[in-house]
Design a binder for this molecule. Structure first.
Ligand SMILES: CC(C)(COP(=O)(O)OP(=O)(O)OC[C@H]1O[C@@H](n2cnc3c(N)ncnc32)[C@H](O)[C@@H]1OP(=O)(O)O)[C@@H](O)C(=O)NCCC(=O)NCCS
Length: 195
């Protein structure tokens, strides 16, 4: 089984406050106690997230729906198949999620990555820092060789996050994922451990 991550925060990134350099945890393992905060964020930012995500049921965005989602994600984490994190703002509040899923060992040693931020937390580099921490987790703690990410053709914000983290585009996958109710083409990106 893969090494589980602690819920005490994983990777440090640097934030400037009052001219001082401060180290903050940018991601930590999602917890059952995050259900209320995640439900609130998903409801508040539903219209912002909708064009970039699968269609979400009414149940999914409730606290009970989020608790069920978190429990399923933690189950996959226990099995070594996923590493589900929350993205933390400088004050420690939950700002979004980043997840490594489909973790495969053996000759592939690869996983897929997905992420989102609350709209009012965008534009400050939080996603870029969270992805950096998740990628480091993939290559160090999990010992993987490759992290893959897919974006809609028009998702320039997400492509910026990947570019700032050294991801390279390797192709276009036609009708790859059902996003916003439609099978949509995606740009495919990867980062390799030796890059
Ligand atoms: C994708 C998503 C997470 C990107 O959010 P984001 O705020 O653009 O990304 P970051 O948090 O890394 O912030 C980067 C922005 O902050 C700016 N920035 C400020 N300080 C920064 C710092 N220290 N480091 C990096 N960027 C910084 C960057 O210049 C960039 O701004 P720009 O887009 O005007 O160039 C967000 O748009 C989102 O959640 N979208 C909906 C869901 C989604 O698309 N998920 C991905 C599916 S593939």
């Amino acid at each position: 089984m893969l090494q589980a991550v602690s819920d005490r925060g994983l990777k440090f990134s640097i934030a400037r406050r009052s001219g001082m350099l401060r180290r903050v945890n940018r991601i930590r393992l999602v917890s059952r106690t995050d259900a209320d905060a995640l439900s609130q964020l998903l409801q508040t930012h539903r219209a912002f997230l909708a064009p970039w995500e699968p269609v979400r049921s009414e149940d999914y965005v409730t606290a009970a729906g989020q608790l069920a989602d978190i429990e399923a994600a933690l189950g996959r984490h226990e099995q070594g198949a996923a590493a589900p994190f929350v993205i933390l703002d400088d004050d420690g509040s939950v700002a979004g999620r980043v997840t490594l899923s489909g973790i495969v060992q053996g000759p592939f040693q690869s996983c897929s990555m997905g992420y989102w931020l609350a709209e009012d937390r965008t534009g400050r580099g939080l996603a870029t820092q969270a992805v950096a921490a998740a990628v480091e987790h993939a290559f160090t703690t999990l010992g993987l060789h490759r992290v893959e990410a897919a974006t809609l053709l028009a998702n320039t914000a997400s492509q910026g996050v990947l570019a700032r983290n050294g991801f390279e585009e390797f192709g276009m996958a036609p009708r790859y994922l059902k996003i916003a109710g439609e099978w949509q083409d995606h740009r495919m990106f990867q980062r390799l451990a030796e890059d």
